[in-house]
Design a protein around this ligand. Structure first.
Ligand code: AMP
Length: 288
């Protein structure tokens, strides 16, 4: 596996792969890799002739410096996991390298996340999805024409980056299912920050999503009733709820949809101590 330390080298490598008629699968990450990330890599490997991963903890998407400092970092383990899982190239970079045209003394102008950045995450992490769109725009321009793999766990993020890809004309964005612990807890780099006694309590997020799914399967279509089903479970836990919300996944809206839904996504963000967790579930399909 090739390990490149700048976006410029990565851009050159990707261009040379395309000249050799290779198709590129790309997985952007912030490191501290787990089976969720590796599921994206495995899918990228299956669907392309070569694949690459970026590891960059993007300061532009952290509103809180403490959260940025606390974010888990594990480069050596990440590199061996990637090599063992068939990654062809991994690249890193500094903020200055990603934005060489900006004087390091100046702040980097953010690209607004757009329509899909409205509501939910925006309310609780203002500017976060702007920071995501800004760095993913750069990452897409480094890698170029490719397929890019994102996890459904970050549902609103998948909408924003799909919108970005439509706007710039590439890559093809592939959204992959959320990988979970046996308990149902969605894998996340932040899970390593949980204390042992918190680990069972945070599974209530999954239980709340399942409760909404069960109501849906019993014929409930009112977004407010579905929301209450999740809220009841979360309120009985020690989690601090940021949002438990229902949205129409095909017609994103900042505020809750009205009336009888024909499709629905249940989305939750909650805090356990200083650790923020998000998860979501499509209600109108077969899989739990
Ligand atoms: P991150 O390193 O947290 O920025 O995540 C990098 C990519 O991995 C994003 O597209 C995430 O949505 C995806 N991802 C994170 N956790 C999971 C998971 N449990 N299952 C599937 N994909 C995930």
């Amino acid at each position: 596996m090739l390990h490149l330390s700048s976006p410029a080298e990565a851009k050159e490598w990707c261009a040379s792969q395309r000249r050799q008629n290779q198709t590129i699968g790309f997985v952007p990450t912030m490191g501290a890799l787990h089976r969720g990330h590796l599921s994206l890599l495995n899918r990228a490997r299956q669907e392309n002739t070569t694949c690459c991963v970026s590891i960059f903890i993007n300061p532009l998407q952290f509103e809180d410096g403490q959260d940025f400092d606390a974010y888990p970092r594990n480069l050596d383990t990440d590199l061996s996991l990637l090599a063992d899982n068939g990654c062809d190239m991994v690249f890193e970079g500094t903020l200055e390298q990603f934005f060489p045209e900006i004087d390091p003394k100046d702040s980097i102008p953010l690209i607004p996340a757009g329509h899909f950045g409205k509501g939910l995450e925006e309310e609780f992490r203002p500017g976060h999805l702007d920071g995501v769109r800004t760095i993913v725009d750069r990452l897409f321009k480094v890698v170029g024409e490719s397929k890019a793999y994102f996890g459904e766990k970050d549902f609103q993020q998948t909408l924003v980056v799909s919108d970005l890809a439509r706007a710039i004309g590439y890559p093809e964005v592939i959204v992959c299912p959320t990988v979970r612990e046996v308990s149902g807890l969605a894998l996340s780099s932040r899970n390593s920050l949980l204390k042992a006694e918190q680990a069972s309590e945070v599974t209530q997020i999954y239980q709340a999503l399942l409760a909404a799914k069960k109501f849906w399967q019993q014929g409930e279509r009112d977004p407010e009733t579905l929301r209450c089903a999740m809220n009841d479970i979360l309120e009985a836990s020690t989690l601090v709820i940021e949002y438990a919300a229902i949205r129409d996944p095909e017609n994103w809206s900042a505020s809750p949809p009205y009336g009888h839904l024909t499709q629905a996504q249940a989305l939750i963000a909650a805090r356990m101590g200083s650790v923020r967790l998000i998860d979501n579930m499509r209600l109108d399909n077969e899989t739990p």
